[in-house]
Design a protein around this ligand. Structure first.
Ligand code: PMP
Length: 352
């Protein structure tokens, strides 16, 4: 097999070491005589996987025992509903910075009063919205998306108000150093920087967990997932195992080095697009640009086709933009190397 460079936004490329270790665990997990795919969710082996993964998340985030670390199923979309179900008492505040942020808002409206305090929807999310200096009202929390996967914007400074802050970090978790203690809750689907689709990392401050807004059936209630140590129902053993392998890989590499590489990768690609007359970056304001998802368009359909063809010929896949905005989207998650980006840049520069 000739492995392709895969710039997809998620499910995304994984490091070869992680794939190899996962493949070997599919044959046999740790001399147990059974595959990781057959491993019991209530056995000692899986308990050890859960414990180590929680430990590594705590170390990477530099957070203490005042936070609970959970693995859940149901993707980002389940979190969009569980957050208001668990925590929305009177009203909740939301920032509308992209498609997924907006989906969070729409889900919250089923549960209670949902106030959008800032939005850039009317300009097709080509910028991050301007935040109000203060917000008044007894909001249970403020929800926002740290990185907007479809449009390619990313907050560098986190919003700061006197209410609990909840962040969807699905597309930029562990892409660099960050002060995680400013969040009361954060979550990330695994299929980008943290493994494969099917499990979601959810981290919640114990203080916030005490503010249960309503009685819920156990499966919908974060407190029950905490009580059951993420094994309330049959857990996604393999998905969580792959996330553990990714957490080990990130820890070994260090967030400092990962951040340096991600900055260099993004800088090189944005410079290439900005200096090329055939292409335009979707996000013009440099301070709003995402280091994870670089979106751009070609000036005409022929150039677009040439770039797609040339990438296909050169074993590069996954650069087509999301169907809602078209053009190109190149996702630069942690497993993408600087060399991968240099190869793409050489192809972009050769198009005329
Ligand atoms: N949030 C963000 C930032 C996303 O990029 C996505 C898409 N992967 C989601 C939420 C939705 O995740 P899922 O498809 O797992 O529900």
């Amino acid at each position: 097999m000739k492995r392709k460079i895969n710039f997809n936004a998620g499910p995304a490329m994984l490091p070869m070491e992680v794939l190899q270790e996962a493949a070997s665990a599919i044959e046999e997990y740790k001399n147990t005589g059974i595959s990781i795919l057959e491993t019991q969710h209530r056995g000692k082996d899986f308990e050890a996987i859960i414990e180590e993964s929680k430990q590594l998340v705590r170390l990477l985030c530099n957070i203490g025992n005042d936070y609970e670390v959970l693995w859940m199923q149901g993707g980002g979309r389940l979190q969009f509903s569980l957050i208001p179900m668990n925590f929305l008492l009177n009203r909740a505040a939301y920032i509308d910075s992209g498609h997924w942020a907006n989906q969070g808002i729409e889900s919250s409206k089923f549960i209670g009063e949902t106030v959008t305090i800032a939005s850039s929807r009317n300009i097709n999310y080509t910028k991050l919205p301007q935040l109000p200096t203060e917000i008044d009202g007894d909001y249970s929390y403020l929800h926002f998306t740290t990185n907007n996967t479809i449009y390619g914007t990313q907050w560098q400074e986190m919003p700061k108000y006197n209410i609990p802050l909840i962040a969807d970090m699905s597309s930029d978790i562990f892409s660099g150093k960050r002060d995680y203690t400013q969040f009361d809750m954060f979550y990330a689907v695994a299929q980008k920087n943290l493994g494969i689709a099917g499990n979601t990392l959810v981290v919640i401050k114990k203080e916030l967990l005490q503010h249960q807004a309503r009685k819920l059936a156990p499966i919908f209630c974060y407190n029950n997932h905490v009580l059951e140590n993420s094994i309330l129902n049959t857990a996604n053993v393999f998905g969580i195992y792959v996330s553990l392998l990714m957490l080990r890989w990130i820890t070994k590499k260090t967030l400092v080095q990962i951040e340096n590489e991600n900055n260099q990768k993004a800088q090189l690609l944005y410079d290439t697009i900005d200096n090329n007359p055939h292409f335009n970056a979707y996000i013009q304001d440099k301070s709003d640009r995402s280091f994870m998802n670089v979106c751009f368009t070609a000036n005409d359909a022929l150039i677009e086709e040439k770039l797609l063809d040339s990438c296909a010929e050169n074993n590069i896949t996954g650069i087509k933009g999301h169907r809602s905005i078209g053009g190109f989207r190149v996702s630069l998650y942690n497993a993408i190397t600087s060399n991968d980006v240099k190869k793409l840049v050489a192809i972009i520069n050769s198009i005329n």
